[in-house]
Design a protein around this ligand. Structure first.
Ligand SMILES: [Zn+2]
Length: 76
């Protein structure tokens, strides 16, 4: 399965994972609610998906400027 980790704020590709036997359950994503999974994971095909997380630079920006939590997009 091919999984692209992308930042949900700046859309940077954080990592690409490609493993024959990798699945989302192994990443711990099965612990999320259905609603969270639908927002975080976008499937292109049964074997390819984007997973939206927060990259380090956005995380530190959010830490310093918590009001950005209310915004979907912002410029670094
Ligand atoms: Zn980011």
């Amino acid at each position: 399965m091919l999984i692209h980790y992308r930042c949900k704020h700046c859309h940077t590709t954080i990592a690409d994972l490609n493993h024959d036997r990798l699945n989302l359950e192994q990443l711990g994503l099965n612990h999320l609610t259905t609603d969270q999974r639908q927002r975080m994971i976008k499937y292109y095909s049964p074997n390819e998906a984007d997973v939206y997380v927060i990259c380090e630079s956005c995380e530190s920006a959010l830490y310093h400027y918590p009001s950005y939590h209310e915004m979907d997009y912002f410029i670094h």
